[in-house]
Design a protein around this ligand. Structure first.
Ligand SMILES: NC(=O)CC[C@H](N)C(=O)O
Length: 208
């Protein structure tokens, strides 16, 4: 499977590349829009501030690339800030920045005694999950973040299949992952989560 890791100036690209190669993907790290549009899967990583990541994403038309892929049902995986910028807005250090608005909701500071939330933690995945298939509730993933989505705001029902939302807790509950048709995302770093992260990436790769 051909996977593009979108290079929009944010960090952590090589560790994501290596983790995907470890599970058998043919990986290209690039900002090239044609490659990003036509890959079997697109990964949007992210390190640093919400505003800076959004600025970088827009500088390579990444927000439109994500939208075009999703309109055609082509899979996208957001990681850490790459997940956060998929939401409606982010508020960091008092600065509000518009996100890609793939989902309603606000990325805001965790309500915890100690931030960043840095380390291994368990998650609470829903029935029917693909990303966490084959892993139990004691499985741990590596998190490094001070902000997150504390309230899931997308209403669904009727004919629209509800997204599968996975939660974690660090002082407060926050969204740890979302599976929503072609769009998936994790707040934690699968590429830093050892065998569990590799298992998740393999599950994502199999879903492409
Ligand atoms: N690991 C990161 O770079 C996360 C940064 C992000 N601004 C957060 O704190 O949630």
């Amino acid at each position: 499977m051909r996977v593009v890791v979108l290079d929009y100036g944010s960090g952590n690209l090589r560790s994501v590349e290596r983790a995907l190669q470890r599970v058998g993907a043919d990986v290209e790290v690039t900002a090239d829009r044609h490659a990003a549009l036509n890959a079997d899967g697109l990964v949007v990583p992210g390190v640093g501030a919400f505003a800076a990541c959004m600025k970088g994403l827009k500088s390579v038309h990444g927000h439109r690339t994500v939208g075009t892929r999703l309109a055609g049902g082509r899979p996208v995986l957001g990681i850490c800030v790459g997940m956060q910028i998929l939401f409606e807005r982010g508020i960091e250090h008092g600065e509000e920045t518009e996100g890609c608005n793939e989902w309603p909701g606000t990325v805001e500071r965790l309500e915890a005694d100690v931030v960043p939330h840095m380390g291994w933690n368990t998650v609470r995945a829903p029935e029917g999950t693909t990303l966490f298939d084959g892993m139990d509730e004691d499985t741990r993933f590596y998190f490094v973040h001070s902000y997150g989505v504390r309230k899931w705001e997308l209403e669904s029902g009727g004919t629209i299949a509800a997204p599968l939302v996975t939660w974690a807790n660090h002082g407060c509950d926050f969204v740890a992952a979302v599976e929503n048709g072609a769009l998936s995302a994790t707040q934690f770093h699968p590429e830093k989560s050892g065998d569990a992260g590799a298992h998740l990436l393999k599950n994502w790769l199999k879903s492409l």
